[in-house]
Structure formats: structure tokens, C-alpha cells
Design a protein around this ligand. Sequence first.
Ligand code: PLP
Length: 365
Amino acid sequence: MDKDPIRFIRSDFSDLIPYAGVESPEQVSEILKIPIGSVVKLDANENPYPPIDAILEAVSNAPLNVYPDPNQTFLRESIASYVGVDPKQVVAGAGSDDLIDIVIRLLEPKMSVSAVPTFGMYKFLSNNSGIRHIEVGRNENFEIDILEIEKAVLKGANLILLASPNNPTGNSLRPDEIEKLVELDAVIVIDEAYAEFSRESVIPLIEKHPNLLVLRTFSKWAGLAGIRIGYSVSHTEFARRMMAIKQPYNVSTVADVAARAALEHRVEVLDSVSLLISERERLIRELSEFSFFKVFPSDANFVLVQVLEKKAEDVVKFLRERGILVRYYNMPTLSGMIRISAGRPEQTDALLKALRDFEENYVKA
Ligand SMILES: Cc1ncc(COP(=O)(O)O)c(C=O)c1O
């Protein structure tokens, strides 16, 4: 008998590429031999401000010995009142990534489609479920190509996944684009992970367009990326079925109480969002001063920069050696580009200082 266990694994998983996440600050501090507190982490669009006391208190009092509520009763109520919908329209998950996975499994679409460059999870999770994923391009301003999306739908793609604001390009979908998208014969997922930074949402359109499903997260605005908590807002029937197929305990007790505390104290939590929006604007202004950068506008908590005269890898390496982490993508649709998250003012100071050193040594020299 052939004892090789690999032969039992799905054949389409033989060449699956793992999702490339970012290095943890611990790893970087060990590799670079610098204290963890000196790592300037601007590579994952996280909120650099620590959770407010009310969240820490809720987490420390969470009943860890009991299972979380599989119906997410109070959490769904709090989220629903935050976004102005019925709790029955809300489903919470272990980050919005979990909701993307649930939607894909619920629909088992013939094909899914996204507009690249974009968040890699749409393709990754589609392929993970054995779903063919089509990537259509964007124009030079990273606007979507509705005709190409329509063509994909005609070919059989019945799930469209678009982020607004889009990661890593920072631009949002325009109202006229949304109007066209919702008329397509498909489910349209609009991922609003950065909505608190753009202060815009398509959630009010769900009532008129039940094929629209919106994803949101607490990872960015509320600074809870490590706790893993996100949610979807959709047509009630859609949500009911998502609730039925999700893992019962997909939201941990800690995530449940942390998210509710964030919503209860949202005025205070949103202070950090205002600070990050100011810092994003500062980044756009100050990075544009460098002759070797082209900076794209952004509605999110990060900016995308094209490195003009030098190699993007050289800039990224130079910054990394100084403990400053930014995101570099080794892919054709983002060639020569880096993404920099908005951080605290002192982190922007450190970044700008390092870039001036780079300019002095490698550009002007
Ligand atoms: C567009 C987009 N959606 C979703 C996520 C992930 O959200 P979560 O942490 O809730 O899984 C990210 C994270 O970078 C993102 O950029």
C-alpha cells in the first residue's frame, strides 16, 4: 500500500501559494538586533495607538472560561446601531477575512472577480475554496474597469469583490461606479475596511440593492487587528444563512467584549482616526517633496508611492536597516511601488529623516 499521505490532499492544492503576510515586529527586532520599541511599523495599515482603557478593562474582565455567544446577540445589536441597520443584517467574524471566507463558501460561486491591484485575500480565499478567481485590471489612476467586470460576469463570475477605499491604492469607488455595479447579475461585496478613514459607506444602498454586501472591520479604526473582529452587513436572508454556516464560535469572547467596548466608547476611539487622517495628509504633502517619489491620493490610513529614479527595493531596504518597515510588493501591477501606513507623528518624523538621508547619500550623490 502506498503510505504517502500527500496523495490524499486535494490536487488543486499542490501548487497553492501561501498568503504572504508581513513579518512580526518581534522577528524584525531579532533580525535587526534593535529593541522592539524602536521598530517603526508602517507596513500593515494597523492603528499605532494602544487600545483605550475601556477596551483593556472589558478584555481583562471577559469571562474566558465560557464559550462565546454563537448568536452574537449583543454584539450584532451594537454593530447594527453603529451602522444604522437591523441586527438581523449583521454577521460578525474573526476579522473581515473570516467573512470573506463565509461568503465564498455560502455562494460557492462559479467564479469570483476582483480588480487588481487589490487586497490579496479575495483570490487567496477563492482559490482555497476551489473557486476560479478572475483578476481584471485598473487604469493608471487605479479606477476600476466596469466593462471588464461586466465581461467577467458574462463569463459566469457571480461574486465581485472590491475594496473601497482600495488597498493598496487608497482610492474609493465613485457613486456612479457603484450604481453600475449593483445592476450586475452577481453578488457585489464592497469591503469597507478603511471606511472610518474615508467617512463614506454604501451600507444605505443595501435596502434598495439586496445583492450588495458590505464588509467592515475593527482592525484599522479601532486598533483591534490582533484580536480579529470584523462584520458583514447584508440583506437579512443572506445574513441568516451566513450565520447558519459560520463556525459557531468564530468570534472569541475577548473579541466580542472588545468590539462592544470600542463601539460604546467610539468618540474616544475615533480620536485616533482623526490623528491618523492628519498624519496621512502630512505624509502625502511631505513625501511629494521628494523628487524620486510620485504619491497617489488616499482616502485610507496609508499612501501608495511610486519610486521614480531609484529601485523601490533599495528604498525599502534602506528604511528596513533603520528599523522602519513599509510594504513592498513584488508584483507586476505594483512594480516600483511601496505602501506606507500613516503612523504617529514621531514615526512620520523618523521616516522622513531616513528618506532625507537616503536622498543625500543615493540620489543627490
Ligand atoms: C481591504 C481589506 N480588507 C480586509 C482586511 C483585513 O481585515 P481583518 O483584519 O478584519 O481581517 C484588510 C487588511 O489589510 C484590507 O486591507
